[in-house]
Design a protein around this ligand. Structure first.
Ligand code: OGA
Ligand code: MN
Length: 294
């Protein structure tokens, strides 16, 4: 099956020509999608019709092992009975819109901070596949930023200074910024992970800034100095020139490379309109092995 891509932004992101991913099993097409991810870091596939099982199966076919230790799983069991399928919705277990003070809603509001998925785990997340089932009429977009282009735009002096630095990522940190409180037990589960600040992407040979709201400190640096550097890097990396805004349509599957992009949800009247997406994220086993060898 041939698959072709049309660019969506000068730096990254492309839309695939019509293709039904449920029927993509042949190694050539899967390899072409992976090569598309190496080039574009984000791919949009329109008009998909995945069941949950088909969504999970496609993610495994494309990129292997699935991430199941989501942040929310430390708080509450998934309503789908499968932690690999992240519930990115504003619905209760009964399918109603969450009230404003719902704990899951308040936790989910953290998606409005710039982040990458599963950077607070080891192995971290590699590809996320976010599938739109219900989209409100009011525009509830997701913004993505290209961390390869952001890295390339740093001064040569700063690139040298950042090389080799390690960063602690914790989802408790990004939620605590918003005043969300965790129990002792939740904090133990969510203790976080350490990853390099600069990632080398094996197949494209490019480098990227691996930062997120989850990034709590630079290992070996005084706390305020590290936090300031991380805030400055996030500010730099999310300048408008690096950002693509995705306006969702029902049936969209957006695949993004968490090693090479950050993203954030944009606000909408979420106590009024239902919005329902589901996400499957794969694990970057290779990166974890490299960190532990270093
Ligand atoms: C996610 C996420 C953003 C959105 O699913 O990981 O951050 O707009 N979603 O729902
Ligand atoms: Mn996310």
């Amino acid at each position: 099956m041939a698959v072709t891509f049309r660019k969506l932004h000068p730096h990254f992101g492309a839309e695939a020509a019509p293709i039904d991913l449920r029927r993509v099993h042949d190694p050539e097409t899967l390899a072409a999608i992976r090569a598309g991810m190496d080039d574009h870091a984000l791919l949009v596939f329109r008009d998909q019709r995945f069941s949950d099982e088909e969504h999970l199966d496609f993610a495994r076919r494309l990129d292997g092992e699935l991430h199941t230790k989501t942040g929310i799983s430390a708080l509450k069991k998934s309503r789908f009975g499968n932690e690999a399928l992240a519930d990115v919705s504003n619905l209760t277990d009964g399918g109603q819109i969450q009230p404003a003070d719902d704990r899951r809603r308040m936790y989910g509001l953290g998606n409005r901070l710039w982040h990458t998925d599963a950077s607070f785990q080891d192995p971290p997340g590699r590809y996320s596949m976010l599938f739109a089932r219900v989209i409100p009429p009011v525009g509830a977009d997701t913004e993505y930023a290209d961390m390869r282009a952001a890295y390339d735009a740093l001064s040569p002096e700063l690139k040298v200074r950042l090389e080799g630095l390690r960063v602690h990522h914790s989802i408790a940190h990004s939620r605590e910024i918003l005043g969300f409180a965790f129990s002792q037990k939740e904090q133990e589960i969510l203790k976080g992970a350490v990853h390099p600040l600069i990632r080398s992407l094996p197949r494209s040979g490019r480098k990227s800034l691996y930062i997120a709201a989850h990034a709590s400190r630079i290992i070996d640096w005084p706390l305020p100095e590290g936090r300031l550097l991380l805030l400055e890097l996030i500010e730099h990396a999310t300048r408008p020139e690096f950002v693509y805004r995705h306006q969702w349509r029902v049936g969209d599957l957006v695949i993004y490379d968490n090693r090479a992009t950050m993203h954030r949800a944009r606000p909408f009247e979420d106590t009024k309109y239902p919005r329902e997406l589901r996400r499957v994220t794969t694990l970057d086993i290779q990166a974890s092995a490299a960190t532990h060898q270093a």
